[in-house]
Design a protein around this ligand. Structure first.
Ligand code: SF4
Length: 242
């Protein structure tokens, strides 16, 4: 598949997802700092638990960089207990709050003055912030166009037949960013829709008959003659573009 075909396939996937699910209205949180906190708290946990932890932070008036720096680590951990790994995540939140104070004087609108690449480099130096979290913050808290890659996205692309050469985060991200217009609104909605599809039907044991992408999916084409759960068990990551 050449780059033009990859680009057309990615656009086709997006159109099918939009037709199937409609807009997802992400990020499911309010102010930019809440988005940042949510991006850390949601690591390895469902959003429902994150909502409880954020509600606790709000009730304790601790949902600000200044408050998170001031509070004891143990108190932050207590407030975010519903979201699991709370000791580690408390440390991450305090590190994020310290970074915002040191680099941006707690003024989140100043983040817009840095490029996405600069922000990414800075965020990746903050304790506990990896590529997916950094990119979620850049896209959903600052509105800069960067594509977020997660486990759902990798699984869906692999099954559809668009897995890039190399299995790294950067390769998957480049697939989108090199072949789509750099548009924060598009990247926002596209990522949200992939998460929706991954949770809804493209699960570990996929429900392909219900999937709006089955008409263009190599996994489905290759396995539609046998039970899909069985096919998923035996499926190897062999479908690549190029
Ligand atoms: S058709 Fe099946 S394997 Fe392909 S994207 Fe849909 S759920 Fe996933």
């Amino acid at each position: 598949m050449n780059n033009q075909q990859v680009s057309q396939t990615l656009q086709d996937i997006f159109k099918r997802l939009m037709a199937g699910y409609g807009p997802q209205y992400w990020w499911p949180a309010g102010e930019p700092f809440e988005v940042m906190v949510g991006a850390i708290l949601t690591q390895q946990i469902t959003w429902l638990n994150v909502e409880k932890a954020i509600a606790n932070l709000k009730e304790a008036k601790a949902l600000s960089p200044e408050a998170l720096r001031r509070l004891e680590l143990s108190e932050v951990a207590r407030l975010i207990r519903p979201c699991g790994f709370y000791n580690a995540k408390a440390l991450k939140l305090k590190s994020l709050a310290r970074w915002l104070g040191e680099y941006y004087d707690d003024q989140l609108d100043k983040l817009s003055s840095s490029s996405a690449a600069e922000l990414r480099q800075q965020l990746l130096s903050v304790y506990g912030i990896g590529q997916e979290t950094a990119d979620s913050i850049i896209l959903y808290a600052t509105g800069k166009p960067i594509f977020v890659i997660d486990a759902y996205t990798r699984r869906i692309l692999n099954r559809i037949g668009l897995a890039p050469d190399g299995n790294g985060y950067a390769a998957y991200q480049a697939l989108f960013m090199d072949n789509l217009t750099a548009d924060a609104g598009l990247f926002n909605e596209y990522h949200a829709l992939l998460v929706r599809l991954g949770k809804d039907v493209c699960r570990k044991k996929p429900l392909c008959l219900k999937c709006c992408l089955n008409g263009i999916c190599q996994f489905y084409k290759a396995n539609s003659y046998k039970p899909l759960a069985q096919a998923a068990d035996g499926y190897k990551n062999t479908h690549r573009y190029g």
